[in-house]
Design a protein around this ligand. Structure first.
Ligand code: 5AD
Ligand code: SF4
Length: 360
């Protein structure tokens, strides 16, 4: 683990010096290889509902976006995706949805139980902030991991992009603490280039990854959605003094610095990154610190409705076509495709040391 100072992190986030950047990419790749090896873990992503009760200012699924037709997949449709994940040799299924009260905890517990009794898959959940009892119920049903991004480490910025009624950053961090104490392999992350995000805030985000002792970290560029209050924010000027750009380059910097700061965590090369650069984004992310890809298994008719941001990559291909192409790209990079559930080594080490409680 590097213990770069806040200033060093902020400086590297600002740099445009080609040599420094080459060194950063090289170091991130070396640290990735030394700590988590050449394996790339593939997670089958199932976006099982786009219904959401919240109004995050950045997200196309926000409740007030009435232009978005809503859907919810049935248990059987989700189980079909789980079978497809097995068929592709994936070790994990990620069940993601908007945050909605009408999704009953008992129903999701039933889905988890069925997946766990009929497949060898690890189950990752990503369904937002819920009461501790529900997180406990799902854990008992067999859920292994939970993803909940804190979005920004800055409480004021958090409050600017989330309505007061939807809760505070402290509430979000409380959920992460509960998840961790329940023994979930815990993931979080931030968006890069949200309006109002400064270099200082972003450097602090990376420090927070370390302090929260996360097992998985997802970072991706903010991509404005036309039907949201943040629709008109496009700024890719790296020279701007304070505002972090929502650019591809900035995303690589954050990925690389996250790998250096948290060497044994699992880091996905995200779809948002692949959306900024359809030809190379996914692979460059893998070459600059990432070791996970989350191909979507969401059936095609629903996929276009899970529009967190517009023009998402891999909209048109079938899961099988995308799977085959992705596999080939990974092998072409001299990387290997992981088998098994692929827990984060950070989590495995943490469990061996009996460290479930949150760091002080
Ligand atoms: N651009 C990029 N990422 C987004 N997310 C939500 N809206 C956007 C957007 N417009 C991310 C958030 C959320 C995750 C599910 O998707 O970080 O936690
Ligand atoms: Fe809902 Fe999540 Fe989008 Fe917020 S980010 S509006 S909670 S789906």
């Amino acid at each position: 683990m590097i213990t770069a100072s806040h200033k060093q992190l902020a400086d590297l986030l600002r740099t445009t010096d080609a040599e420094r950047l080459e060194t950063l990419w090289r170091e991130a790749d070396t640290v990735r290889q030394a700590n988590v090896g050449d394996d790339v873990h593939l997670r089958g992503l199932v976006e099982f509902s786009n219904i959401c009760d919240r109004n995050c200012a950045y997200c196309g699924l926000r409740k007030e976006n009435s232009a978005m037709p809503r859907y919810r997949m049935t248990t059987e449709e989700i189980l079909d995706c789980a079978r497809q994940a097995m068929d592709f040799g994936y070790g994990t299924i990620v069940l993601q949805a908007g945050e909605h009260r009408s999704m009953k905890a008992d129903w999701l517990a039933g889905v988890i139980r069925q997946i766990k009794t009929t497949t060898p898959l690890a189950v990752t959940l990503s369904v937002g902030e819920r009461p501790a009892e529900e997180y406990a119920q799902w854990r008992e049903a067999g859920a292994d991991r939970y993803l909940l991004r804190f979005e920004t480490s800055n409480p004021e910025l958090y409050a600017r992009i989330h309505p007061v009624a939807d809760g505070t950053l402290a509430d979000r961090l409380d959920c992460l603490r509960v998840l961790r104490e329940l023994g979930y392999e815990t993931g979080s992350g931030v968006m890069i280039g949200i309006p109002g995000q400064t270099y200082d805030i972003l450097a602090r985000d990376i420090e927070m990854f370390r302090e929260l002792d996360l097992d998985m970290i997802g970072v991706g560029p903010f991509i404005p959605h036309p039907c949201t209050p943040l629709a008109n924010h496009t700024y890719t000027n790296d020279k701007d003094d304070r505002q972090v750009p929502n650019s591809e380059l900035m995303t690589y910097k954050v990925l690389a610095l996250t790998r250096l700061t948290c060497p044994r965590t699992n880091l996905p090369s995200t779809t948002a990154l692949a959306t900024l650069n359809r030809d190379q984004g996914r692979e460059r992310g893998l070459a600059r610190g990432a070791n996970v890809v989350m191909p979507t298994l969401t059936p095609k008719n629903y996929r276009r409705l899970y529009e967190i941001y517009p023009d998402k990559a891999c909209f048109s291909e079938t899961p099988r076509a995308y799977h085959l192409r992705l596999q080939q790209h990974i092998l072409d990079m001299d990387r290997t495709i992981a088998t098994g559930q692929g827990s984060s080594l950070h989590y495995v080490n943490r469990k061996q040391r009996g460290r479930y409680a949150c760091p002080a």
